[in-house]
Design a protein around this ligand. Structure first.
Ligand code: HEC
Length: 151
């Protein structure tokens, strides 16, 4: 028993050890990681389609709607207890919790750009879709530059 308990205690002390979501904060970090991965995949699919000679508008619409479904939630993905200062395994920077107004603005800008892309995809106008991906990509990038750990 002792041999099992000790590593478990060490894991708690070092906070991480694979990031098993066993506190509400760690669970929040785990869930947002999954969601951002999904957003990343969706946005990549759109980019890949747009590179094709004949982009699949239906596929673009599906992914744009997915991103637009996530985007308004982003501001709620960083509850107290899920910051790096809480010992949670995360690439989120403490600045998110220290500058909530600025982070809120970045999240709002993202939600706006995601809604615009979704509307453009719904209109079926490829030029409009292309035009809307720029501001969305910029919204990802500016938030990452400020609020996410560099790779
Ligand atoms: C308002 C801020 C914000 C916006 C906007 C945003 N992200 Fe992120 N993103 C983050 C943060 C913070 C993390 C790190 C989360 C963590 O590790 O807890 C992250 C992580 C990720 C990850 C890696 C998964 C992970 O957790 O390491 C991917 C992929 C990603 N984002 C893609 C995107 C894409 C694509 C967009 C735009 C379509 C986007 N993000 C928009 C803040 C943002």
């Amino acid at each position: 028993m002792k041999r099992l308990i000790l590593p478990a205690v060490l894991c708690l002390a070092l906070a991480g050890c694979g990031g098993s979501p066993d506190t509400p904060g760690a669970k929040a970090a785990h869930d947002r990681h999954e969601n951002f991965e999904a957003i990343g995949k969706a946005f990549k699919t759109i980019g890949d389609e747009l590179k094709k000679g004949a982009p699949d508008l239906a596929a673009i619409k599906t992914q744009a709607t997915k991103i637009n479904g996530f985007a308004p939630q982003v501001k709620d993905w960083f509850p107290a207890g899920s910051s790096p200062k809480d010992g949670v395994k995360t690439d989120a920077l403490a600045a998110i919790w220290e500058q909530p107004d600025e982070f809120g603005k970045a999240a709002a800008r993202f939600a706006e750009a995601a809604a615009a892309l979704d509307a453009a995809a719904a209109s079926g106008d490829l030029a409009a879709v292309r035009g809307a991906t720029g501001p969305l990509g910029a919204a990802c990038k500016s938030c990452h530059e400020r609020f996410r750990e560099k790779d």
